[in-house]
Design a protein around this ligand. Structure first.
Ligand SMILES: [Zn+2]
Length: 454
């Protein structure tokens, strides 16, 4: 029997010897997102076992008819699962409340977050995770308080994530050494986890003292984990670090030894050319949240990001400043801002833009050998987008994916070889139950804070 991506989800009970074989796809292959038409993907044990022209799929099936669950993928484009490089998933409850506030982080977010508890952050995460999944996001780089509970939310939805416990001792919602204790507990807890992994997550250079920053660096070394932190996000942060340490946030991070090839420094809105060169020297990746930074403060020195060939990983940041986790929309925003800042066209082709939310992002944490492209041997995180009349013609499919299809064309999402979204519906998850839990947590935090738009 041959199933179809146009029909309801087939009963995908896979025997250990079987593969899923999706045929007649257009696939954006490899790190240059080269399009291959009428092609197949063979997925086995969570990985891409093989791929190529459809004629080869026919002989695979003929040689072993019971070894494959065949699905017709005509009319679909397969792209690698998208990654949101900077999120705070539980902050869905700020959705719609953040814009237009002065010094939003210090004056609004930090005080409000003091009312959070571990019991609330898991259900509060569901909205943002489901939103991302519906838009083709298969992995979130999350950074927040009580992250063991957030990890459980990702595990419940079987969505890939790298979660970090926001650690700080000089500022933020929960300053104190117990944030390091929570970091250690998270690292221990997630050691064997295949889908949800831990990272070390200092909050920022103004909210973390030198001694804590060095301690966090040591933990990153001990557990062999990447580092994810905000850096040079606001002028206030810049001024506080200069006053306290006599150097800029980036130079302070360098002195603490936390810059390196598995560090993701996010925002750099207030970084100087010298600071950016320092990041380049250390092979540190830059997290760029174009929409969010403009709402919080201003656009970063994007031209310099590109002139220095920094490894850029795109994120949306939280729902307070960017109400959804729509990476394809964020790519369009990134393109427009880069174009405005006169970044050369050859550096912002559609294929290069797609790398900002796939392979580049995994490179930031050292996981690009396993994830980020559609290539044989890689983990099967794949998004299936449906081609329709309103997307035609297709001269360059990568262009269509970003500029005409967008996230509304996402129909099915596979994570590690299993469909987690089919026809925009969650697979094996009761969405109404999730929504009930999310809205109850949302009502509780609003009750505690008396949050209202004003
Ligand atoms: Zn952030």
């Amino acid at each position: 029997m041959i199933y179809s991506l146009l029909n309801p989800l087939p009963p995908l009970k896979i025997e250990p010897h079987q593969s899923i074989l999706i045929r007649h796809l257009t696939i954006l292959c490899g790190s240059d997102f080269k399009e291959q038409h009428d092609s197949f993907l063979q997925v086995k044990h969570g990985r891409i076992e093989s791929m190529g022209e459809d004629a080869a799929a026919q002989s695979l099936v003929q040689s072993n008819p019971s070894g494959y669950i065949e699905i017709d993928g005509s009319e679909f484009v397969a792209i690698p699962g998208l990654v949101n490089a900077h999120t705070h998933a539980p902050m869905g409850f700020f959705r719609g409340l953040g814009r237009g506030k002065t010094a939003m982080i210090e004056n609004f977010l930090f005080p409000a977050e003091k009312s959070l508890t571990p019991e609330l952050v898991a259900p509060l995460s569901y909205s943002f995770i489901v939103d991302g999944l519906r838009r083709g996001v298969t992995c979130f780089f999350d950074h927040y308080y009580f992250s063991e509970a957030i990890a459980n939310a990702f595990k419940r939805l079987k969505v890939r994530a790298f979660v970090g416990e926001t650690a700080a001792d000089l500022g933020g919602a929960f300053p104190g050494s117990d944030s390091v204790d929570r970091t250690i507990a998270l690292c221990e807890k997630l050691r064997p986890s295949p889908l949800v992994k831990a990272v070390i997550a200092p909050h920022a250079c103004d909210t973390v003292s030198k001694s804590m920053m060095v301690r966090l660096k040591e933990l990153a070394e001990k557990f062999n984990l990447p580092i994810h932190l905000h850096m040079a996000q606001t002028s206030g942060e810049h001024d506080r670090v200069i006053k306290r340490e006599g150097v800029t946030p980036v130079q302070f991070a360098k002195e603490c030894g936390i810059l390196g090839p598995k560090t993701l420094a996010v925002h750099l809105t207030n970084a100087s050319p010298k600071d950016l060169a320092t990041l380049k020297d250390h092979g540190t990746s830059v997290g760029w949240c174009p929409g969010s930074t403009v709402i919080y403060d201003k656009l970063a020195d994007v031209k310099n990001f590109y002139d220095l060939d920094l490894n850029l990983a795109l994120g949306t940041d939280c729902a307070a400043s960017n109400d959804s986790s729509d990476m394809l929309q964020e790519l369009r925003t990134a393109y427009l801002f880069a174009k405005d800042r006169r970044v050369p066209d050859e550096k912002i082709t559609a294929a290069k833009l797609l790398s900002l939310t796939t392979i580049n992002t995994y490179k930031a944490f050292g996981f690009d050998n396993d994830l980020g492209t559609i290539d044989p041997g890689k983990l099967a995180d794949i998004v299936f987008m449906k081609k329709s009349i309103n997307h035609e013609p297709f001269h360059d499919t990568a262009e269509n994916v970003i500029f005409s299809m967008g996230s509304q064309a996402v129909e099915h999402v596979m994570i590690q070889g299993e469909f987690r979204l089919w026809n925009q519906r969650l697979v094996q998850i009761d969405e109404q139950e999730l929504k009930k839990e999310y809205l109850a947590a949302n009502a509780e935090i609003h009750r505690r804070l008396n949050l209202a738009k004003n």
